[in-house]
Design a protein. Sequence first.
Lengths: 318, 253
Amino acid sequence: MADTAITVEDARKTYGTKPALEGLDLQVTRGTVHAVLGPNGAGKTTLVRILSTLLRPDGGRVEVAGHDVVRQAYEVRLRIGLLGQHAALDEELGGQQNLEMFGRLYHLGARHARVRAGELLERFGLADTGRKPVKQYSGGMRRRLDLAASLITDPEVLFLDEPTTGLDPRGRAEVWSAVRSLVGGGTTVLLTTQYLEEADQLADRISVVDAGRVIADGTADALKALTGGDRIDVVLRDAGQLGAAVALLPIAKDDISVDPDRRLLSAPVTDRMAALSGVVHALEKAGIEAEDVALRRPTLDEVFLHLTGDDRRVKEAA
Amino acid sequence: MSTNAYALTDSWTMTRRELAHWARQPVQVVVNLIFPVMLLLMFGYLIGGGRGVQGSYIDYLLPGMLALTMAFGLEGTMIAVTQDLNKGVIDRFRSMPMANGAVLVGRSVADMLQSALALLVLMGVGYALGWRADGGPGAFLGALGLLLLFRFAMLWIGIHLALVAGKPELVQAVQILVWPIGFLSNALALPGAMPGWLGKVVEWNPMSHTATAARDLFGGTGTEHVVPAIVWPLALLAVFFPLAVRRFARLSR
């Protein structure tokens, strides 16, 4: 299909006797950002390594940009960029030297490679530090240079394997804004992450993986709806009033969790603002003292527990 | 278009990378060149004396030290390849449309250059200490050729071991093993002066042939060790070169 950038059908990979992918299926539409969300050990990195021709699958069909990753690895490599979990840079060399070297290896020619390296350093705010060896870079700078190296040839498909893991909030924001700026250019992006928030911020579509399979697939909203959407947390001053609060608050009663130790009750909400003001008014009226009332999105844990709580059948949330 | 069309340019790019590392770390380069000189001085003056050696000990010792330096090059190669493998940069190379073997070619060229430099420095120091090569220019170049051929065989053993072991911890084990193998040769002393069984091991050691052939060629005293000094490294290469290349190609399994 012309509008499919990545096709994975029944991909399998086992390390020794330890299965990593157990029949994973995935379709990514050209020009979109697709997040693969899952915990450590779910098979995310194995999937990215197979898609970027670093690892051969044991079975199944895997195509990237219209080419088979095993039989046409060279054709695939011409069309992809890779940002792995660990910086794929020469630590001893400077930023400019790194990008020039990669440019030459993409066969841009010496002059073009040098110009391109300068452009990318400028674009990622690294022009001032182009001569410093990469081992002296901060985590965020390193990740930006790594991203720049993945973009030397304007790849059709870009793989980002946990691009913000280990970064501080500022580094994370830098990477997010860089990824957003790519999307306008028509690049297809596949990113893996452990954070629902990251998938939510960046992706058009999300595949949730666990134990080497996709267990749910859809837009961020669809997945959240599947989990019950946003929740409201209320912390009371007196745990003894939790029962009374549950009875009188204007919230759905079927999925409330109560934690007396933390004096906390938590419930799903549909209309965020109405729920918040409704709860605050009801508490005031009944004279129940609250220490904290907060709206929050479901955590990955909750999405996960919800999805794996069932019989692990693939759900169509589209 | 296959990747082979770019084999030469890519290999050159990877060689430039290694040379850029030298430029970034000149101190490291100098330390690597000084180390064999220190060994030479240590064995020549501190410990040496050369068991069973007649005539000038420096004429005996220097060719041995040249061969020993070539053997120890195995460690350097192995460390460099292991470091590359354990850093992400090798993943980027392998995900790019470049000639697959270029990484290894770059390593080889850089290591051979470094070894040639080490030979020159050691010979310079040897000359200052009284070592003389009287065998003529042809024999002189022949001796250098044999030493570098031996280094080339060590290089591919080093690459193979790094690809097999893959972890820095195992490099240490090999580093410890290289020493007795290097010293169980006739680099420093004549096997005739050792206990019988040890002398046999030392005579059999491929490094001994290279050291003796170089000694004879430098001194113009014979050529009977030249053939084994060619055959041994070629035999080692015939085994380890294809093993290393295959191992590198199978990183994707």
